[in-house]
Design a binder for this molecule. Structure first.
Ligand code: SF4
Length: 190
């Protein structure tokens, strides 16, 4: 049997991240590590080591999927560049929208909204997460980033149940970005 390494338990970090966000929304900032690390690894090493080894979310989907997935093939549509790059573009547009909302709070144009926006649509009150003594724009970014992380996890869980355990990886924006970076890097080297 293969000996487990420390990175085989990163799914625990993923769960811990979401639990902490119930108590203090500032923990959402830790999610920036999950955002920057895959990009850095693909830019430096030119491979998808993060996805293959260090992604706690992918591990979590695999674990849950071993029990709850229907294990059906992903519809080919999800693998098309149109869908994958289209979804990435949409995801990034929503990401910049979140940054703009943070800017508006920073500039004093908007007040802090203590809500999560799930699936870019549903507003969920989240005022119970502690934000006392925190600069409002820092808290606003945390609410926005936590919403992004929750939204992608919900999509991943739905995809896991309906199709394959790691079906989300087929169209995950981080996966699409790291794949694009690897391609560019290898093209530049050849
Ligand atoms: S594709 Fe996305 S969810 Fe899948 S392993 Fe990579 S970063 Fe994680």
């Amino acid at each position: 049997m293969k000996t487990k390494k420390w990175y085989d338990y990163l799914w625990v970090v993923e769960i811990t991240y979401f639990v902490l966000g119930f108590f203090n929304i500032l923990f959402a900032w830790i999610g920036m590590i999950f955002f920057v690390t895959p990009l850095a690894i693909s830019a430096i090493k030119g491979d998808k080591l993060y996805c293959n080894r260090y992604c706690g979310r992918g591990q979590l989907f695999a674990k849950l999927g071993s029990k709850f997935s229907r294990n059906r093939p992903m519809p080919p549509f999800f693998r098309t560049p149109y869908f994958r790059y289209g979804f990435l573009a949409f995801f990034m547009a929503m990401f910049f929208n979140m940054i703009f909302a943070t800017y508006l709070v920073f500039a004093g144009v908007s007040s802090l909204s203590e809500t999560l926006t799930l699936l870019w649509t549903f507003k969920v009150p989240w005022a119970f997460a502690n934000t006392s003594g925190v600069t409002t724009w820092i808290a606003q970014y945390a609410f926005g980033f936590y919403s992004v992380m929750m939204t992608s996890t919900i999509l991943g869980i739905v995809t896991m149940v309906l199709f394959k355990p790691r079906g989300f990886c087929v169209y995950c924006p981080m996966g699409t970005m790291t794949q694009g970076i690897c391609k560019l890097k290898h093209k530049g080297e050849s």
